[in-house]
Design a protein around this ligand. Structure first.
Ligand code: ADP
Ligand code: MG
Length: 327
């Protein structure tokens, strides 16, 4: 079967179905309620005898798919490679504890390039107190690729899963959406990078993993489901709705957008905010009584309902929407 027919998430479902699921299997802790969670969330969650849970996530960046070598600087690429991975630990409400870096390098790079890449990588890891503990290095004849694995930890059972949104919860995001996609438009169209255009390109190349925000959210018991927005909220919200077997009603007028996005792309700012990827803000659901207790900046954009599982009503939207899909 053509991969386009089933898409990225169809393929992941297929892998999951063919894999002996460890979910629900107790991890040698002797406590029956502490089970591994595998494929399907931002990180795997592995309970430890210490009483903490270990979080693990892997993400790749591939030349031509995720970045253009002629445009991104090595520092930016290093930063972004770390950031997109640390973001998955943030998405679980965890504290990142270690990073591992594997890359396949082409002839086009030298030590000046790798030093600058490592500066960016380390700077992002340092901003989250995360040491680089290992990796792998090899060559590639057909494009540069980077694969990062991050470990993190959280209190036992405290990871914020995608599967626990409840009807009545408010749907919230931690910041403006669409800037990264707006920046990508600037890059792809070869526009001058001044003013608003520069701000958006910076947002595309320098995403900030919301680790502090994730930790703060996970300390609030009323915060239920959580994930990071990597593919665009239109697509990512559906993961929470699917996994939690609930629906949502979103008021698109409440989806936060920066002044820069609205200034540069007035016609399609909303499209970019809903469908554009790589903002790496957190998407979470919270019980209404607890929302005033959420101490980090956030925007309420909708509510979880008891409708057809995995569906969302986008109030105020005139046409169909979809997020970024591989294949
Ligand atoms: P994210 O965007 O948060 O990095 P993905 O959409 O890439 O998450 O992945 C969704 C889930 O599928 C994650 O739990 C991830 O670990 C799992 N996954 C993705 N690709 C594979 C694969 N090739 N083999 C096993 N699990 C995978
Ligand atoms: Mg994620």
């Amino acid at each position: 079967m053509d991969l386009k027919e089933i898409g990225e998430f169809g393929l992941i479902d297929r892998i999951k179905a063919g894999t002996r699921q460890q979910d629900g299997i107790v991890c040698g802790t002797g406590e029956p309620d502490r089970a591994i969670r595998g494929i399907g969330d931002d990180c795997a969650v592995i309970p430890q005898r210490s009483g903490k849970d270990t979080l693990v996530s892997t993400d790749m960046l591939v030349e031509g798919t995720h970045f253009l070598m002629g445009d991104i600087t090595p520092y930016q690429l290093g930063w972004k490679s770390a950031a997109v991975n640390l973001s998955d630990i943030a998405a679980m409400g965890g504290k990142p504890t270690a990073a591992f870096l594997a890359f396949a390098l082409t002839d086009s790079v030298d030590t000046l390039w790798t030093d600058a890449f490592m500066d960016g990588f380390r700077c992002c890891c340092d901003s989250c107190g995360t040491p680089l503990l290992g990796g792998d290095t090899t060559s590639s004849k057909c494009g540069l690729s980077i694969c990062v694995t991050v470990l993190g930890e959280c209190g036992s059972g405290n990871a914020r899963l995608r599967s626990v949104a409840k009807p009545g919860d408010l749907v919230c995001v931690t910041g403006n959406l669409g800037d990264s996609a707006g920046g990508l438009e600037v890059i792809l169209r070869g526009l001058e990078r001044t003013g608003a255009a520069k701000v958006l390109v910076d947002r595309h190349y320098h995403p900030v993993p919301r680790v502090t925000e994730g930790l703060s959210l996970a300390s609030c018991s009323g915060v239920h489901a959580m994930m990071d927005i990597s593919d665009g909220i239109a697509s990512d919200l559906l993961h929470i709705l699917d996994e939690s077997r609930v629906s949502a009603r979103i008021d698109v007028a409440k989806v936060p957008q920066s002044n820069e996005l609205q200034e540069l792309w007035p016609e399609k700012a909303l499209d970019l905010a809903l469908c554009g990827g790589e903002d790496y803000e957190l998407l979470f659901t919270v019980e209404p009584a607890f929302e005033p207790l959420v101490s980090i900046p956030h925007f309420v954009i909708g509510v979880i309902e008891n409708g057809a599982p995995g569906t969302a009503v986008w109030e105020g939207l005139k046409k169909n929407i979809c997020g970024f899909r591989h294949f």
